[in-house]
Ligand binder design. Structure first.
Ligand SMILES: NC(=O)c1ccc[n+]([C@@H]2O[C@H](COP(=O)([O-])OP(=O)(O)OC[C@H]3O[C@@H](n4cnc5c(N)ncnc54)[C@H](O)[C@@H]3O)[C@@H](O)[C@H]2O)c1
Length: 313
């Protein structure tokens, strides 16, 4: 939301930012770990954007995928995003080549063994995330920090799959991950002070504003947004058009409405994943594989309309 929308919002945001940097249990004496090499698991919507943050900041990234086609698509998307930055005059062609040269694409899990920080951005499924953390425990070096980009799931359950729960925390980026400034750092029950302090210090180096969250469903942002998304779905069922609902939020001052946001982020995020359970229009779209831009099949709002809206902003 723009800070001009509400009286006093600018002061409130400045105070909140200052307070978010003060974290219980960590201070200047807490040791920090050097982060010279990063591993990212999954080259989908989030993995690619997450990788770009580090590549742009000069930190080499190994990105590991399960499928060659998704790896190729993810790397091509990173390059296309960088090339768009050149067209907008935000980067030079040389800077793009330097960033791309810092990227190592791979299909081998073992290639994460050199990383000081590994961030997983695979599908939002607890069984899969648990399997990933158990494997990471064997592959990652002893000093590595192991992070999940989960939107809603319990970090402590993932940490329990490892023999080093102090190394595990959440790094919850927002989509598009190379652009959105907020980073929720999720502190698990056993997350170490040094690991937490390291990630809090790293955030501004990759252009992010970090806030610490406890372990809870949806952490901070998604916890606030979920009721809004539910009410937007309820309004659809009562007969309102999705663009009317989006427009109300745009006029109020938000940069995107709930349906445009769902189309961009992926309708599957937070979906119960039972195609037979259809209680909302979003459930029906998800069951039909219409997850929005990530599947190239519109999630309620067409891409053309979404771009037209963006041009209005
Ligand atoms: N999309 C968003 O807006 C958003 C925002 C914040 C957080 N998240 C979270 O980020 C995570 C990823 O979401 P996404 O939208 O990028 O998903 P996505 O479907 O776009 O990408 C997931 C990728 O993970 C790969 N993958 C699956 N299993 C793997 C494995 N074992 N090893 C390596 N790669 C594997 C898939 O091939 C796919 O390319 C989820 O936990 C999601 O909740 C998503």
């Amino acid at each position: 939301m723009t800070s001009d929308a509400l009286p006093g919002a600018k002061e409130h945001i400045a105070t909140a930012r200052a307070k978010s940097a003060q974290v219980d249990g960590i201070g200047p004496d807490t040791s920090r770990k050097p982060i010279g090499q990063v591993g990212v698991l999954g080259a989908g919507t989030m993995g690619g954007g997450i990788a770009m943050n580090f590549l742009t900041a000069g930190i080499p990234v190994t990105i590991v995928e399960a499928e060659q086609a998704n790896l190729d698509k993810g790397v091509a998307t990173i390059r296309r995003n960088y090339e768009n930055s050149v067209k907008r005059g935000k980067m030079t062609a040389e800077e793009v080549e330097a960033a791309m040269a810092r990227l190592t694409p791979s299909l081998e899990f073992e290639d994460l063994g050199d990383a000081d920080l590994v961030i997983e951005a695979v599908y939002e499924n607890m069984d899969l995330k648990k399997e990933i953390f158990a494997r990471l425990d064997h592959v990652a070096k002893p000093s590595a920090i192991l992070a999940s980009n989960t939107s809603y799931l319990n970090i402590d359950e993932m940490a329990a799959e490892t023999a080093r729960p102090e190394a595990v925390l959440g790094m919850h980026f927002f989509s598009p991950a190379n652009i959105m400034k907020l980073l929720e750092v999720v502190r698990g029950a056993k997350t170490g002070a040094s690991e937490l302090a390291t990630v809090m210090d790293l955030a501004p180096k990759i252009g992010k504003v970090a806030v610490v969250s406890g372990v809870c469903t949806g952490f901070i942002g998604n916890r606030m947004l979920s009721p809004r998304q539910q009410q937007a779905q309820a309004l659809l069922m009562e007969g309102a058009a999705y663009n009317e609902i989006d427009d109300v939020l745009l006029e109020f001052g938000f940069p995107m409405g709930p349906f445009q946001m769902g189309d961009l982020a992926g309708l599957d995020i937070g979906w119960h994943r039972d195609p037979a359970r259809v209680e909302t229009i979003r459930d029906a779209l998800c069951a039909a594989g219409r997850w929005g831009q990530k599947t190239g099949r519109a999630g309620t709002i067409t891409t053309r309309t979404a771009s037209a809206r963006r041009r209005r902003m």
